[in-house]
Structures are given as C-alpha cells and as structure tokens.
Design a protein. Structure first.
Length: 73
C-alpha cells in the first residue's frame, strides 16, 4: 500500500521531497484529492514500508499535516 502525505504549503512539500530524495527515499508528488483538502494543491506519495524512515527524516524539519491511504483514481 502507498500513503499520501499532505502539507500546509507547497514550500513544505518541496522541502520534504528534497530531504527524502537526498536520503534515497522515493516519493512522488501528486495533486491532493479535493476530498482530502483544498489548502495546498500538492502532496507526496510514498511506500507504506518507508513511513518510519520518512518520519525520522522529517521530524524537526517539516511535518506532514495528514497521512492517508493512497488509492490512485
């Protein structure tokens, strides 16, 4: 399963993506489904098994506002 991480702004999405990429954790930037939020238009999708590593990297830097199961429509 994949997870969708939402952030407060596109700046946080970009910062998180850069931090994760430099540590070799793959992510994909996708539009946030309107059912979830209309605040920031982009989010990151990542493998569920990478979630602990993602939390470790992002803690103290930028935290996601929400974490949702990702079902690609």
């Amino acid at each position: 399963m994949k997870l969708l991480l939402t952030f407060a702004s596109i700046h946080y999405v970009l910062k998180a993506e850069k931090l994760l990429k430099t540590r070799g954790i793959p992510t994909e930037m996708v539009p946030v489904p309107k059912e979830i939020s209309s605040d920031c238009g982009m989010a990151l999708v990542m493998a569920e098994e990478d979630f602990k590593k993602v939390k470790d990297v992002l803690t103290g830097n930028v935290s996601p506002e929400g974490v949702y199961p990702w079902v690609k429509t």
